[in-house]
Ligand binder design. Structure first.
Ligand SMILES: [Zn+2]
Length: 219
């Protein structure tokens, strides 16, 4: 009884805190629902028959992560303020699904991923572009979100050259899905414009390389 009264007093004293916690959870439910809806849309549109699950994870880090054993894909709370559209969320999730597909290949692939992280990051970005296009998302959003966080999701402290990394994605889109550049929905986007500004040199080289393709991108 004494314990019960003590609990009651504690509850009464901490009630405003409890209510605040509940309200915060209510606010976060839409994020979980959105992440699941986008994640399963990408899996279904790409006929990916591997099992993966999607979670909004309560951590302030600016990152996303795919767990190697559970194939659980986490979009961390700290990344949410950087995501401005469904396309950008799809970009982050597609990148993680690409890692998930590799992780499903088994132990040897997992070892290879650990030994050659740069190679598998590049691969995840290219696969992400394919997954996004097949699911009806604009793949340029991958460049935009990576430009904003200036790192790969999960590699926030990477020392590799960000511009080159983004230019590799641009080149993949330029070569495989040029329509997104010929009619560019993102040419007025603040963060895309910054990518254009910082990648002039790299893009000039790409245009030269694919001159024979006769593509006239808006940018
Ligand atoms: Zn990655």
């Amino acid at each position: 009884m004494k314990k019960f009264i003590l609990c009651l007093i504690t509850l009464m004293l901490s009630a405003p805190v409890c209510m605040a916690d509940e309200l915060r959870l209510d606010k976060e439910i839409p994020y979980q629902k959105k992440i699941m809806a986008v994640g399963f849309r990408i899996l279904n549109a790409n006929n990916i028959d591997k099992r993966m699950t999607f979670y909004y994870c309560n951590d302030k880090d600016v990152k996303a992560k795919t767990y190697s054993i559970s194939k659980k894909i986490c979009i961390y709370k700290g990344l949410i303020p950087f995501i401005d559209s469904d396309d950008e969320l799809a970009a982050v999730i597609s990148h993680e699904i690409a890692h998930g597909m590799d992780l499903h290949e088994g132990l040897l692939r997992r070892i290879a991923m650990n030994l050659r992280p740069v190679k598998y990051e590049k691969k995840a970005n290219q696969t992400a572009v394919d997954l996004m296009v097949n699911a009806g998302y604009n793949p340029l959003a991958l460049i935009i979100i990576l430009n904003k966080i200036n790192a790969e999701p999960g590699f926030a402290t990477s020392r590799s050259n960000g511009t080159k990394k983004l230019a590799v994605i641009y080149e993949y889109i330029y070569n495989k899905y040029p329509a997104y550049l010929v009619y560019n929905d993102y040419k007025e986007n603040l963060y895309y414009q910054n990518f254009l500004l910082t990648s002039k040199h790299e893009r000039a080289q790409i245009r030269q390389k694919y001159l024979k393709n006769n593509i006239t991108p808006e940018d």
